[in-house]
Design a protein around this ligand. Structure first.
Ligand SMILES: Cc1ncc(COP(=O)(O)O)c(C=O)c1O
Length: 360
């Protein structure tokens, strides 16, 4: 017999091409892996008859050494979990904290935010509690704290937020963390942290020592250009990481992904330098959105708050060959990549602005 509650679960809608030449619907990098990364992946592929290292020791150690370096964090492989994308780790975090069944354990998260949150929470059997964004499209941290009850097991904060691109400040995050009971786990989702350039943005990793109930999720899918290989990581206290690893499907991060991620850490300077181009193009895209409609973004996408004209905008920009991610009745998210692709975007925005971005 199939679980009845699955019939009410919203489907995950992946960004698609819709037959168009320019895919700006999934917040991917337009650039492929570096040659050294491809080489490491190919070498691992040659041993595909063997199972991968189940505990991903080399990768977890490489992540620990990498992150501990600049921030003098006390990190070890036991503070790092890796998963088949940070999506898998978010689901494991729910499974590690919420009991499922009739327990009524709650996961609180901002909304609209990463569209997988409600799915991951509910598949794991948790009650999903959504806290609307503030009117300026940011995570409502006081609202998230106020929603905590004795049933709350996990609170997710998305910084920068997908799809709005907005951030919360270090002060706001600290005030929030001080308000969260120490037995409630907080998961800070920093999937887009490499694109942040604003002052006052909180370094989630730097807060781990002061807040043992905090964990930080990041991914190799965006800035590191490995979305197709599925590898993300979670940093936190050893006890929580151990619990997250216990609910992992064995061998879920394959050997090719592990090798590519280790090689990407080795090439991190070159890979991170690529984000400067995206950040420059983001400023360019924002300049082509009339001020009344401009929502500052610190991620590799911009959010157009079009409300019930979102679908019409998606159709109109398809006329320029661009596939975007439309949230019907809410808005449209446009991924920002490189200069050549942005040329097409700004041309479309200029042409569509009179119709879609009137003064308000
Ligand atoms: C906010 C946020 N978190 C997590 C993820 C998951 O990324 P992945 O599973 O590819 O690591 C995404 C992907 O779009 C995202 O937007």
């Amino acid at each position: 017999m199939i679980r009845a509650d699955l019939s009410t679960l919203p489907p995950y809608v992946p960004g698609s091409l819709n037959g168009l030449p320019l895919k700006l619907s999934s917040n991917e990098s337009s650039l492929g892996p570096l040659p050294g990364v491809t080489r490491a992946a190919a070498e691992a592929l040659a041993s595909a008859n063997r199972y991968p290292d189940m505990v991903a020791y080399e990768l977890r150690s490489a992540i620990a050494d990498w992150l501990a370096g600049p921030s003098s964090l006390l990190l070890d492989a036991e503070n790092i979990a890796v998963g088949a994308g940070s999506s898998a780790l978010i689901q494991q975090a729910v499974q590690a904290t919420c009991r499922g069944g009739d327990a009524g354990d709650e996961v609180i998260y901002p909304w609209r935010s990463f569209e997988a949150y409600p799915i991951l929470a509910r598949v794991a059997g948790a009650e999903a509690v959504e806290v609307p964004l503030t009117p300026d499209h940011r995570n409502d941290l006081p609202g998230l704290a106020a929603a905590i009850t004795e049933k709350t097991r996990l609170v997710i904060v998305c910084n920068p937020n997908n799809p709005s691109g907005t951030t919360v400040t270090r002060e706001e995050l600290i005030t929030f963390l001080n308000a969260v009971p120490s037995d409630v786990q907080v998961l800070l989702d920093e999937a887009y942290v490499e694109y942040v350039r604003e002052d006052g943005f909180p370094d989630g990793l730097g807060l781990l020592a002061d807040y043992p109930n905090l964990a930080v999720a990041r991914t190799f899918s965006k800035a590191y250009g490995l979305a197709g290989l599925r590898v993300g990581y979670l940093v936190g206290r050893a006890e929580f990481i151990e619990a997250v690893n216990k609910v992992c499907i064995p061998f879920s991060v394959n050997a090719v992904a592990q090798a590519a991620a280790v090689a990407s850490i080795g090439a991190k300077d070159e890979l991170l330098a690529r984000t400067d181009e995206t950040v420059a193009q983001r400023a360019r895209v924002l300049e082509h959105i009339p001020e009344d409609w401009r929502i500052g973004s610190e991620a590799n996408f911009v959010w157009l708050d079009l409300g019930d004209r979102a679908r019409a905008f998606e159709e109109a920009i398809a006329g320029y060959g661009i596939a975007v991610r439309c949230f019907d009745g809410e808005g449209v998210r446009v991924t920002v990549t490189d200069a050549a692709e942005t040329d097409v975007v700004v041309e479309a925005l200029d042409a569509l602005a009179p119709e879609f971005f009137p003064r308000r």
